[in-house]
Design a binder for this molecule. Sequence first.
Ligand SMILES: Nc1ncnc2c1ncn2[C@@H]1O[C@H](COP(=O)(O)OP(=O)(O)OP(=O)(O)O)[C@@H](O)[C@H]1O
Ligand SMILES: [Mg+2]
Length: 265
Amino acid sequence: MTTPVTSPGAASHSEQRGKKLIAVASGKGGVGKTWFSITLAHSLSQQRQKTLLFDADLGLANIDIQLGLMPQRDLGGVIDGRLSLNQAKVRLQDYDFDIIAGRSGAAALSALAPNRLLSLGMDLLKLSENYDHTIMDLGAGIDRTVRLMANRAGKVLVLTTPEPTALTDAYAFIKVTAQNDPNADLRIVVNQAESRSEGQRTYETLRKAAESFLGITPALAGIIRRDRKVPDSIRAQIPFLTRHPGSDAAQDVAALVNGLLRSPS
Ligand SMILES: Nc1ncnc2c1ncn2[C@@H]1O[C@H](COP(=O)(O)OP(=O)(O)OP(=O)(O)O)[C@@H](O)[C@H]1O
Ligand SMILES: [Mg+2]
């Protein structure tokens, strides 16, 4: 770890964004970040994109749980100093992408000192250069950890649902991110929409608020419909695109991925 220590969020660091690093954020918890991050990584790998999925929810990791895995290596080893980030990655042969799993309940991870967090973010940025895409599943909220990790990403996908509480929290996330870096590439994903038109209305609400009060226009990355097959696949601990290919939500994620691949920056 050779990264110089500077104050968190300093301008010099906010400029160092990984072009191929995509953060998935939300503000409100439980809107579907982890499910979406896994499904996005899987969908990208199905499009022959070399993909890494990183569990950046440092306190409440659960990518491995949704995938039904017991990884032999995880971020805990990196924090302990036993493993490099590269050594902590695990290849998912069946799904053709790599993951770096978190470690749930490890308080030490969420309480990482700012300089350790900065070097972790910089190490991830470096590792992401070996991939076409690296997806970061961020924790809920807008705390320091979330902000520092989001600052490394070239693109930030902000997930919301149509619920007012989720919208308010997504707006709060957009506000702190844009205040820190007005040029951040923020894109909205509306998840759990009853219909495409409800999703579109949700996006318009957020866009108008961002334009009026922040002077920015976040793009719409995609709308994903509410689909009962999503909780089914999570309960079965089988990746959604394996268990329910062709379902409504799978089609919506595929459309979103096509959009991402068409507008890489
Ligand atoms: N498109 C969808 N249709 C139906 N249910 C969904 C959809 N997306 C997510 N869910 C449900 O939302 C719940 C929360 O999902 P998930 O754990 O991925 O959210 P999260 O944002 O990562 O939560 P946390 O903030 O706790 O990390 C899951 O039980 C899942 O079944
Ligand atoms: Mg989660």
